[in-house]
Design a protein around this ligand. Structure first.
Ligand code: ACO
Length: 427
């Protein structure tokens, strides 16, 4: 039997259907609310608002569950590679061997970026934050690939998708190489997708590139763990920009900007800077715990807390284990890892954090691995963007295929009522 919710207001009774998801989540469908009652809902930060029905990612923040298209993040991180996860997220099913080969070949076919793009990159100072550079370059790509905006058919959509999956890693690599003063190279189509990304980022001009399996596997896993996370800030941004039919590349560019903020993807950089500051300050974790709890101090324990997870972020568990493994296998003894573990232990036993259900999130340990892999701190959020790329694409494609209406929230106006205008000489 279909479920309904009743709203009573000023003696009138309104009925709204209740939608049930495949994991038994319930939502009141208020599509007719304004038409029938004249009212809207208000929900700053959208804490209780579902913007869409989606078949891509399921997460249960209370139980610490994360699944892409029904597959658990633990299984995918253990056994899949990033390109198959990208295919799974975007198209809904794991690819057969042939499908994966075709997908990879189509991407390789698009793996060049117009040389003129280098002039745009050249215009940025070396001190520019890589996220700003990446967002600008992603947007600029449209000028060199104007047909990418036209996505009226599935085929056109597919072409735009493989193009960006091919070119975005080049932009990521160029952004980092420019900062390091290294020549802007292209990749090598004979390599795997992630291996090629690694080569593009790290190949020295006068040295043969050698594959390091530990490094590639760690990178692959990190990218998988970041690949999608349903309707978070940057993904919602991608969907809302795309809902105006603005095209995939600019929607993604907006997603990169949204991810940049320290309350979202920028937290991985903030975590490492925080851990370094604690280390430089003598490693006194208790002092920083006290600061985080002091309501008069704006300091927050970066990498702790999450809008949705009120339990362990399952990605944080996997990354913590991976940080131990990677550092061990690379023979790195990093005091920052010990500080992170110390902070985690104290926070998990602290009433303030326990009461507020604040657990380590995906960003708490990821920076430690990135650092071990030789990735500069201000590139961490760029690595997150690289991982999130398939998720953003999948969400954008789902939104376009469903023909969702343009995203346009309403507001409750609380400003001045009509006032009489006075010319400037009479004010
Ligand atoms: N350190 C100290 N206190 C915290 C922290 C923290 N990291 N996070 C939340 N709190 C406290 C708040 O002060 C608030 O306390 P109060 O109830 O006494 O006022 C309570 O916990 C609830 O916090 P909100 O900010 O209301 O929670 P919200 O869901 O809006 O924010 C967020 C979630 C932004 C992630 C927050 O926990 C935070 O700022 N964390 C640090 C930044 C971070 O790690 N961001 C990465 C998130 S994961 C991602 O985007 C990939």
């Amino acid at each position: 039997m279909s479920k309904t919710a009743i709203l009573e207001f000023e003696g009138k009774r309104y009925e709204f259907p209740v939608i049930e998801g495949t994991e038994k989540e319930l939502a009141i469908d208020i599509k007719t609310l304004r038409g029938t009652t004249g009212m809207i809902t208000i929900d700053p930060g959208y804490k209780n608002t579902g913007s869409c029905e989606s078949a891509i990612t399921f997460l249960d923040g209370e139980k610490g569950i994360l699944r892409y298209r029904g597959y658990s993040i633990e299984d995918l991180a253990k056994d899949a590679d990033f390109l198959e996860v990208a295919y799974l997220l975007i198209f809904g099913e794991l690819p057969s061997k042939e499908e994966l080969t075709k997908f990879h070949n189509d991407i390789k076919h698009e793996s060049h970026v117009d040389e003129e793009m280098k002039k745009i990159l050249d215009g940025f100072p070396k001190s520019a934050h890589p996220m700003g550079v990446l967002s600008s370059l992603t947007s600029a790509l449209v000028a060199f690939n104007p047909s990418s905006v036209d996505v009226s058919s599935e085929e056109a959509m597919y072409n735009s998708i493989v193009r960006i999956l091919a070119k975005f890693p080049v932009l990521v690599a160029w952004t980092m190489r420019k900062k390091k003063g290294l020549p802007l190279d292209y990749g090598d189509d004979s390599l795997g997708y992630v291996e090629n990304i690694h080569k593009m980022m790290f190949k020295r001009p006068n040295k043969e590139y050698t594959k390091d399996k530990i490094v590639i596997d760690a990178l692959d896993k990190l990218l998988i763990l970041h690949a999608d996370h349903e309707q978070n800030c940057s993904t919602s941004t991608v969907r809302i920009v795309g809902s105006s039919h603005a095209g995939l590349f600019v929607s993604l560019s907006a997603g990169v900007s949204a991810l940049w903020g320290p309350l979202h993807g920028g937290a991985n950089q903030a975590v490492l800077e925080m851990l370094e500051a604690i280390d430089a300050d003598g490693g006194d974790t208790k002092k920083y715990m006290a600061k985080a709890k002091d309501k008069n101090d704006p300091f927050r324990l970066m990498g702790f807390g999450h809008r949705v997870y009120k339990n362990f972020d399952p990605r944080a568990k996997i990354i913590k284990k991976s940080a131990d493994e990677v550092l061990g296998r690379l023979g790195i003894d990093d005091p920052i890892l010990d500080i992170a573990k110390g902070l985690e232990k104290e926070a998990l036993e602290d009433k303030y954090f326990v009461d507020r259900k604040l657990y380590p999130n995906v960003d708490f340990y990821s920076g430690i691995i990135y650092r071990a892999l030789g990735i500069p701190t201000d590139m961490f959020t760029v690595m997150f963007a690289l991982g999130r790329l398939p998720g953003w694409i999948a969400q954008w494609r789902e939104m376009r295929l469903k023909g969702e209406p343009i995203g346009r929230p309403r507001q409750v106006y609380i400003g001045e009522n009509l006032r009489k205008f006075k010319p400037v000489n009479k004010r």
